[in-house]
Design a protein around this ligand. Structure first.
Ligand code: TYM
Length: 333
């Protein structure tokens, strides 16, 4: 039995990318492993978040995750800032990670953009906090989308350097769990950019709380090209938007892109988009309905999160105590 940890930022409503790339894979893991799923509000404030909105989005995220099938009886669902171990261990990791390692992180470069001097220091050390999230529970399996691969490599570098510097085998190796077909869902407006909850254009993504008409409109407006669909995946290599829509339909209907192409070969995007809309609506509307229902009882959501943080804290406390002994903050033995 592995200990599984994953996180999601409450920086907006989760998108179809979050769902297909990560959340959907978390659900079956609850039956097989010891799972912790964390709403990472400390990570969210590495870019500006309006306080009232952050609080609302955190609750909304909890409702969405529950609606997608996370079950507080079978996993620990909690909010990062409620468990102080994350910030404490992150500080120690700030002192383990090297500037050279952080300088190679592509996500920092993407998010900071041209004006790097104006980015927060938090955005720069974001991956150190991620390493702390995982290692505060000595988790070994981390289910994420493809964009997190580099961060997990860094987390392993930090764990290894900590072990080496303090002469211990304390931290385990972390294995990323990145599932094939939908590990990288792309923007509906630009097939070379990933679908993101923080993209300024709402048309670029499907949000898990979009209603039927909104989904239909966004898919109808999704960028495509004039060619009909080919019979083989290799023929979509230079058609990122088409490949993305085919990938989404495959993921939502539980098949492979090759099978989608076999079925829709020769079709134009008008007909294909109708099929895609129908599949998305069938899949997402029960999630949306359940999310709206759960949001009506905010005290129940808050209570579930409070209980989650108590359970998380109980796992992290002895790990942190041992780290403090290893570092020399507390006497050993
Ligand atoms: P976040 O909130 O950006 O994304 C949450 C999860 O969704 C995946 N994801 C995608 N997958 C496929 N296609 C997409 N377009 C897409 N967009 C997002 C992400 O890979 C992620 O798995 N740094 C993390 C949060 C985090 C974390 C952690 C994850 C904090 N601490 C510890 C694992 C372990 C993030 O940016 O999440």
């Amino acid at each position: 039995m592995h200990r599984v940890f994953s996180g999601i930022q409450p920086s907006g409503v989760p998108t179809l990318g979050n769902y297909l790339g990560a959340i959907r894979n978390w659900v079956p893991m609850q039956d097989r492993h010891d799972c912790l799923f964390c709403i990472v509000d400390l990570h969210a404030i590495t870019v500006w978040q309006e306080p009232a909105q952050l609080l609302a989005q955190t609750r909304e995220m909890a409702a969405t995750l529950l609606a997608c099938g996370l079950d507080p009886k079978r996993c620990v669902l909690f909010v990062q800032s409620h468990v102080t171990a994350h910030a404490e261990l992150a500080w120690i990791f700030n002192c383990v990670a090297r500037l050279g390692w952080l300088n190679r992180m592509t996500q920092f470069k993407d998010k900071a953009g041209k004006d790097r001097e104006a980015a927060s220091a938090g955005l720069y050390v974001y991956p150190n906090l991620m390493a702390a999230d995982i290692l505060a529970y000595k988790a070994t399996s981390v289910p994420v989308g493809d964009d997190q691969r580099q961060h997990l490599e860094l987390a392993n570098d930090i764990a290894q350097k900590f072990n080496h510097d303090y002469g211990t085998e304390f931290f385990p190796r972390i294995e990323p769990f990145i599932q094939g077909v939908a590990a990288r869902v792309m923007s509906l407006r630009d097939g070379t950019k990933k679908m993101s909850k923080s993209d300024p254009s709402d048309q670029s993504r499907i949000n898990l709380n979009d209603d039927t008409d909104t989904i239909a409109l966004k898919i109808r407006r999704a960028r495509t090209d004039a060619e009909p669909l080919p019979g083989h995946l290799a023929q979509l290599e230079s058609r990122p938007e088409a490949r993305n829509l085919v990938g989404i339909l495959a993921a939502v209907t539980g098949t492979l892109p090759e099978n989608v192409l076999r079925e829709h070969e020769g079709q134009g995007f008008g007909a294909f988009k109708e099929v895609l809309t129908e599949a998305l609506v069938a899949h997402l509307s029960p999630i949306r309905a359940e999310m709206l229902r759960l949001l009506q009882d905010a005290p129940a959501l808050d209570a579930a999160l409070r209980q989650g943080s108590e359970r998380a804290e109980a796992i992290a406390r002895p790990v942190l105590a041992e780290v403090k002994r290893l570092v020399g903050f507390l006497p050993r033995g």
